[in-house]
Design a protein around this ligand. Structure first.
Ligand SMILES: C[S@@+](CC[C@H](N)C(=O)[O-])C[C@H]1O[C@@H](n2cnc3c(N)ncnc32)[C@H](O)[C@@H]1O
Length: 259
């Protein structure tokens, strides 16, 4: 199997050609189903049932391709009218092992709607293959702010100040609410794909679930964020993307490390 490589093709045709248990982590950001109504790739199914059957097809392949201690992250978005991701999660969790439900807090709302709260998050369903998963909690610690560090160090209940300081400098464990600002139109990182994920978000997913040299698969590579991050972190990667225009975009990003 060729790695650090983008396959231009349909995930459903390409995934079956890959060997069993080859990937430590899989990051899938698939079409959402009628959420991006201007994008033909998001509106290609006749019905919700067709979309769910298609989703089960590629997800079964992903589970086959995952190492026994690996994690499979699947992004999902709810639209103004569509809520099919709720059904997709239920289908996935009926057949595969649930591991976690992570919320990506985009920090800024999007798609202003008049009749409800402004949406500001996306969902990341995390699946596993066995109960023994590799999760590197220390790799995604969040630094304490200076005020918190100062307040804790003043606390007289902690006698060993050096140990306390060391503990505080390590930062706190991240929760499953990942706050990473979404990319604004004028962001330097933005490269023209309508749902490009931020580098910092994908970085957290790769850091918590892989070690250097391990392999990451993204079956819906889009603008190539997973590949760019994996490459920068010294992980191996493989991406699949059907649209040659996006393959070009990802290739260009990889070349320029356009971050
Ligand atoms: C939600 S976007 C992924 C965006 C990506 N995470 C990024 O950061 O740029 C989904 C991508 O899946 C691609 N796609 C849709 N159907 C596909 C299929 N059957 N096989 C492979 N790619 C497909 C679309 O062209 C689109 O670029």
């Amino acid at each position: 199997m060729k790695t650090n490589h983008i396959i231009t093709g349909d995930a459903c045709h390409e995934l079956p050609k890959l060997p069993d248990a080859a990937f430590q982590t899989i990051i899938a950001d698939p079409p959402y189903y009628n959420v991006l109504t201007d994008e033909t790739w998001d509106t290609q199914w006749h019905s919700e049932e067709d979309y769910l059957a298609w989703s089960m097809h590629w997800a079964r392949q992903c589970i086959r391709l995952l190492k026994s201690d690996g994690l499979f992250f699947c992004f999902g978005q709810l639209g103004k009218r569509e809520h099919v991701f709720i059904h997709l999660m239920s289908h996935f969790c009926t057949e595969f092992q649930f591991h976690d439900l992570v919320i990506w807090d985009r920090a800024v709302g999007y798609n202003e709607r008049r009749d409800s709260f402004t949406p500001a998050y996306e969902i990341i369903l995390v699946l596993r293959k066995s109960e023994k998963v590799k999760f590197i909690k220390d790799a995604v610690r969040i630094p304490y702010d200076e005020q918190t560090i100062a307040a804790y160090l003043k606390d007289t209940r902690y006698k060993d100040k050096a140990a306390r300081h060391q503990h505080l400098m390590a930062g706190k464990y991240a929760t499953n609410l990942l706050r990473v600002p979404s990319l604004k139109g004028n962001s330097k990182e933005k490269c023209g794909h309508p749902c490009q994920k931020p580098y910092g978000l994908i970085e957290k997913l790769i850091l918590c679930s892989t070690e250097a040299g391990e392999l990451v698969l993204d079956p819906f590579l889009g603008s190539g964020t997973t590949a760019v991050v994996a490459q920068a972190l010294g992980r191996g990667w493989l991406g699949i993307e059907r649209n040659p225009h996006y393959v070009k975009m990802a290739t260009q990003r990889l070349k320029e490390r356009l971050l």
